[in-house]
Design a protein around this ligand. Structure first.
Ligand code: NAD
Length: 496
């Protein structure tokens, strides 16, 4: 790939230029272009969906035995692993995450294909208990064309999470990656080609979501949308889906509470809280952005946390020691800064950060330091709205009842963290917190084998887990009549 080239897109089994405007994707650490491509246009959406539909009907993919589909998915996992370093470096440039993080995301994408290959070949259809003269079965069948719409913060991992189960289930997939981070989705389509996946089953349409994602969602041949992104966009998609009676899964935003009880192991809690909010520069749906600390512990804990946060290495994403890279764009950094200003205007105090760093790379890229605000209540805007940056709001709490009320007082309910040595208390508290995922004495750990999703404004449906594949299938019940005699109602006698 050279900078002079315009990257082709993968549309309906061919690699060709998109029909939309030419644009560059940029490295957030320097603002310099990484690659040029033409966005897809509405004709490309139509071509990709029609191509996917034809591939679904005629490539034989849906009819292959599960172990045969699994073999292709295992090959995709293998090729991701073979090309891991190249993919991780490309993702670092596409998105600005530190190299160690992009390596982990690439490894997770390979693991996802491997996991859903195994899920595919071991998925059981059931014979249900018979309640009549029949054998009754519950079966699962592919849906057809599935749209996978993904955000910019964890490319390849987000795409794998949707594409692997959708293909495993026998479907065709049209991927709409975020406009600003399309490169890994295109690489994934190359890998699918190289692994021998029938042409047309995967297409990739980079460009504006309000044009392409919207058209894809509305398309009559698209039978399911799996979306990860902002809550506003998710609600828009849900409205369209309601009109089409189309199932959707929506992985949306978060404002997750992390709770430090008086008896927490402080080393673990400090490390976990820092990782929860500042890894990925806070650009994570599950970022632990609201911190509740038992009042007795508040000052000593905050002193340790602040000192450790000040030591985090912000800088060049190519450097293996870097813990925090730049934010995704200049506009996003400005949005984070506006939130910090809002917090200060509401009476908050800065315990750490809050100022753009300067000098060297910091003057080129969109860097923002770990920032800790305090002196605010849970009702403040900075505690209620997703900032999606390295900004932690810390609050002391007195009673557990007050804590639970505040922790749950959010439109979002994606994740929560608890730090305590008392396992019974942590269990009881974990059951009271409203969230799709609760971590106890750990945070931001993910497993493809464990379902993931949010409550309320954090989303609908679950991804991951062995049964995640069923989201991409339609259930069908099948009855085999075993009667010796014709059904009684019509009064027809056998042999007459
Ligand atoms: P976004 O909603 O702006 O965009 C997500 C995707 O949707 C992009 O591909 C975009 O082009 C597309 N899109 C935009 N408008 C659309 C429309 N009208 N119709 C269809 N598609 C459209 O989100 P973003 O800024 O890319 O990502 C950040 C958000 O994603 C945050 O809110 C974050 O919390 C959320 N997120 C959630 C999870 C999760 O699993 N819950 C994971 C990662 C990110």
């Amino acid at each position: 790939m050279t900078l002079e080239q315009t990257l082709p897109l993968c549309i309906a089994g061919t690699w060709r230029l998109g029909g939309g405007a030419r644009y560059a994707t940029c490295y957030p650490a320097t603002g310099e272009p990484v690659a040029w491509l033409n966005a897809a246009n509405l004709d490309d959406v139509e071509a990709a969906v029609q191509g996917a539909h034809q591939a679904f009907l005629h490539s034989g993919w849906a009819q292959r035995k599960p172990h045969e589909r699994a073999a292709v998915l295992y090959r995709i996992a293998g090729l991701i692993r073979e090309r891991a370093e190249e993919l991780a470096q490309l993702q670092r440039q596409d998105n600005g995450k530190p190299i160690n993080e992009t390596r982990a995301l690439v490894a997770s994408a390979a693991g996802t294909f491997q996991f859903f290959a195994a899920a595919c070949e071991t998925l059981e259809e059931t014979i249900t208990p018979s309640r009549g003269d029949f054998v009754s079965m519950s079966l699962y069948e592919p849906m057809g064309v599935v749209a996978a719409i993904t955000p910019w913060n964890s490319p390849i991992a987000s795409e794998a999470q949707k594409v692997a189960p959708a293909l495993a289930a026998g479907n065709a997939v049209v991927i709409k990656p975020a406009e600003i981070t399309p490169l890994l989705a295109l690489q994934l389509a190359r890998i699918c080609d190289d692994a021998g996946l029938p042409k047309g089953l995967v297409s990739v349409l980079p460009g504006k979501g309000s044009l392409l994602g919207d058209a894809l969602t509305r398309h009559p041949l698209v039978k399911r949308v799996s979306f990860t992104g902002g809550t506003g966009t998710g609600k828009h998609i849900a409205h369209i889906a309601a009109d089409k009676m189309m199932p959707v899964s929506l992985e949306l935003g978060g404002k997750s509470p992390t709770i430090v009880l008086e008896d927490a192991d402080l080393d673990h809690a400090v490390a976990g809280v820092l990782y929860g909010i500042f890894s990925s520069s806070g650009e994570a749906c599950i970022a632990g952005s609201r911190l509740f600390v038992a009042r007795k512990l508040y000052e000593p804990f905050m002193a340790r946390l602040t000192a450790a946060a000040a030591q985090l290495r912000l800088g060049d994403p190519a450097d293996e020691r870097t813990q925090m890279g730049p934010l995704i764009s200049a506009a996003h950094r400005e949005s984070v800064e506006r939130y910090v200003a809002l917090g200060l205007a509401a009476g908050g105090r800065l315990r750490l950060g809050g100022q753009r760093p300067s000098g060297g790379l910091f003057d080129q890229g969109y860097f923002y330091p770990p920032t800790i605000l305090e002196g605010l209540g849970n009702q403040q805007q900075v505690c209620q709205e997703e900032i999606f940056g390295p900004v932690l709001v810390a609050m002391p709490f007195d009673s557990e009842a007050e804590l639970v009320e505040q922790a749950n007082d959010s439109l979002y309910a994606l994740a929560a963290g608890i730090w305590s040595r008392d396992y019974k208390r942590a269990w009881a508290l974990g059951r009271k917190l409203q969230a799709g995922t609760v971590w106890i004495n750990t945070y931001k750990q993910f497993s493809i084998s464990t379902p993931f999703g949010g409550w309320r404004d954090s989303g609908l449906g679950r991804e991951k887990g062995r049964l995640g594949i069923l989201q991409y299938m339609e259930q069908k019940s099948l009855y085999w009549g075993m009667n010796e005699q014709p059904l009684a109602w019509a009064g027809v006698e056998a042999g007459q």
